[in-house]
Design a protein around this ligand. Structure first.
Ligand SMILES: [Zn+2]
Length: 92
Protein backbone atom coordinates (compact mmCIF):
# COMPACT_ATOMS: atom_id res chain seq x y z
CA UNK A 1 0.00 0.00 0.00
CA UNK A 2 1.33 3.41 -0.98
CA UNK A 3 0.70 6.45 1.19
CA UNK A 4 0.67 9.86 -0.49
CA UNK A 5 2.75 12.51 1.21
CA UNK A 6 0.98 15.72 2.00
CA UNK A 7 2.54 19.00 1.02
CA UNK A 8 2.32 22.69 1.79
CA UNK A 9 2.62 25.59 -0.61
CA UNK A 10 5.96 27.27 -1.19
CA UNK A 11 5.37 29.86 1.51
CA UNK A 12 6.17 27.16 4.06
CA UNK A 13 9.79 27.30 2.89
CA UNK A 14 10.16 31.05 3.43
CA UNK A 15 11.44 30.81 7.00
CA UNK A 16 14.01 28.01 6.73
CA UNK A 17 15.34 29.16 3.35
CA UNK A 18 15.30 32.81 4.41
CA UNK A 19 17.50 31.91 7.38
CA UNK A 20 20.06 30.28 5.06
CA UNK A 21 19.93 32.59 2.03
CA UNK A 22 19.19 35.92 3.68
CA UNK A 23 16.27 36.75 1.39
CA UNK A 24 12.74 35.53 0.80
CA UNK A 25 12.98 32.92 -1.94
CA UNK A 26 9.19 32.66 -2.22
CA UNK A 27 9.12 36.01 -4.05
CA UNK A 28 11.58 34.82 -6.70
CA UNK A 29 10.81 33.06 -9.98
CA UNK A 30 12.47 29.68 -10.44
CA UNK A 31 12.80 27.70 -13.67
CA UNK A 32 12.36 23.94 -13.38
CA UNK A 33 15.13 21.79 -14.86
CA UNK A 34 12.58 19.07 -15.61
CA UNK A 35 9.83 20.83 -17.57
CA UNK A 36 11.41 24.30 -18.01
CA UNK A 37 8.36 25.98 -16.45
CA UNK A 38 8.99 29.28 -14.72
CA UNK A 39 7.01 29.76 -11.53
CA UNK A 40 6.86 31.89 -8.46
CA UNK A 41 8.63 29.82 -5.81
CA UNK A 42 5.64 30.37 -3.52
CA UNK A 43 3.72 28.10 -5.91
CA UNK A 44 6.03 25.12 -5.37
CA UNK A 45 5.00 22.14 -3.31
CA UNK A 46 6.87 21.82 -0.04
CA UNK A 47 7.36 18.47 1.62
CA UNK A 48 8.77 18.52 5.11
CA UNK A 49 10.73 15.32 5.54
CA UNK A 50 12.87 14.54 8.56
CA UNK A 51 15.36 17.34 9.21
CA UNK A 52 14.78 18.99 5.87
CA UNK A 53 12.57 20.31 3.14
CA UNK A 54 11.99 19.22 -0.43
CA UNK A 55 10.48 21.67 -2.92
CA UNK A 56 8.84 20.11 -5.96
CA UNK A 57 7.62 21.66 -9.20
CA UNK A 58 3.86 22.22 -9.21
CA UNK A 59 3.77 21.37 -12.94
CA UNK A 60 5.85 18.20 -13.30
CA UNK A 61 6.62 17.20 -9.69
CA UNK A 62 10.43 17.23 -10.23
CA UNK A 63 12.54 18.01 -7.19
CA UNK A 64 13.63 21.64 -7.45
CA UNK A 65 15.45 22.11 -4.19
CA UNK A 66 16.45 20.18 -1.09
CA UNK A 67 17.43 21.70 2.22
CA UNK A 68 18.72 19.79 5.22
CA UNK A 69 19.45 21.65 8.42
CA UNK A 70 21.53 20.19 11.22
CA UNK A 71 22.63 21.88 14.39
CA UNK A 72 25.57 23.85 12.97
CA UNK A 73 25.38 23.16 9.22
CA UNK A 74 22.95 23.19 6.35
CA UNK A 75 23.02 21.49 2.96
CA UNK A 76 21.27 23.13 0.04
CA UNK A 77 20.81 21.31 -3.28
CA UNK A 78 19.32 23.46 -6.05
CA UNK A 79 20.15 21.22 -9.03
CA UNK A 80 16.46 21.04 -9.97
CA UNK A 81 16.44 24.75 -10.79
CA UNK A 82 18.08 26.04 -13.95
CA UNK A 83 17.72 29.62 -12.75
CA UNK A 84 16.33 31.78 -10.01
CA UNK A 85 15.14 35.26 -10.95
CA UNK A 86 15.47 37.64 -8.02
CA UNK A 87 13.72 41.01 -8.05
CA UNK A 88 16.27 43.34 -6.50
CA UNK A 89 13.73 46.15 -6.08
CA UNK A 90 11.81 44.26 -3.38
CA UNK A 91 13.02 44.56 0.21
CA UNK A 92 14.36 41.49 1.98
ZN1 LIG B 1 8.69 21.12 -13.67
Amino acid sequence: METALTYLDGNAAAGPLGDILGFDITTTVGRCAGCRSAMLMAQCRVYSVGPGLVLRCASCDCVLLRLVIAQDRAWLDMTGLTSLQIDRTKPG
